[in-house]
Structure formats: C-alpha cells, structure tokens
Design a protein. Sequence first.
Length: 202
Amino acid sequence: MLLVGMLDSPYVRRAAITGTLLEVPFEHRSVSVFRHMDEFRAINPLIKAPTLVTDEGVAISESLLIIQHFEDVAGRSLRPLDGAARQRDLSLTGIGIVAADKAVSIEYERKRPQAQRYAPWMERISAQLHTALDLLDKAAKAGEISAGPELLPSDIAAAIAWGFCRFVIPEYVPAERWPALKTQAEACEALDVFKAWPIDRE
C-alpha cells in the first residue's frame, strides 16, 4: 500500500501514525497537492491528501476511510471495546478532528489577500477552534486523553491537532491557555511512533 501526502497535513499524519500502530505495512510518498499537482492527479484525480493506494490499486480518499481500511487489513481497531469508553473516544476523536479542520480553515483564510478576507468568518472559525481546544484541554486534565501506554484514536487526534496548530498558526493558540493539552501532546510527540512521522514541510 502507498500513503500519499505531505506530513504537514494533520490528516496524513494521523493516518500514518494509526497505520503504524496497527502494524499495517505501507509506504509513504510526500507529494504536495499544491506544488506537485500533476503528480498527485496521476495518483488520484481528486488531488486529495491523504490518498491511500491499496495493494489492489484502489485509491481511497479521506483519512477516516483510510484508517477504516487499515483496521480492516489489521483485523482490529485502536478504539476501546467497552461501549461507554468507545463512545467517549469517538466523541473526543471528533473534537480533535474539528480542531485540525478549523486550524486548516484559518490557515487558508489567512492566505487570501487582505481585501478578500471576511472578518465574521474568521471570528467564527477561530471561536470553534478555541472551543475544541478548551474541550481537549479539559479532557487532558481529566485523564480522558493521554500518551498511552496504549494510544487511542482520541489521544492521537488531540496531539496531532495541537501540533498542527502550533506549527501553522501559533499566534492563534498561545500554549499557556491550554497547558494540559500541551503536556499531553508533547508526551505523544516524544513517542517513537510520533517521531517516525514528524510534521514536515519538505
């Protein structure tokens, strides 16, 4: 299998870390959806990162679906089996994904010429980002997300969202405002599996 996309994408990185933890063999190719459009289009005409090309040559878009395929191949999931714990993990994973989504939206909005920026929209997505980080920080304080010993999808999503925010929009996410989440993310980043897939803009 081939996972395609740059590691400055939180979606590519989450898929890569999850696939590694599930012990699914795959290769990774850093291809930019901006700088290498023709190369990416040849792999997936949607030019969507991440893209997973299966052993059968099928292109799968969207990180959640790629992770689902990894789980199918591995025959297991990183999610808890217990109903209450599983629902909590799903909820917190979703919050982590929202945090990453809103950080991406802010980054793209900032790339617009000043005259084309819409202040109410920026205020809205910034508020959504901060709400998501508030919830993740509360979860980290309560021990609902951590750095293991066995990582859950919610642990991974939270740490990757925080790392991405601090990488691309640090002025929007002062570290002192979310100290528990910062500590959780730093502990995750110190793990070998996170070090194997560092944020990268090569």
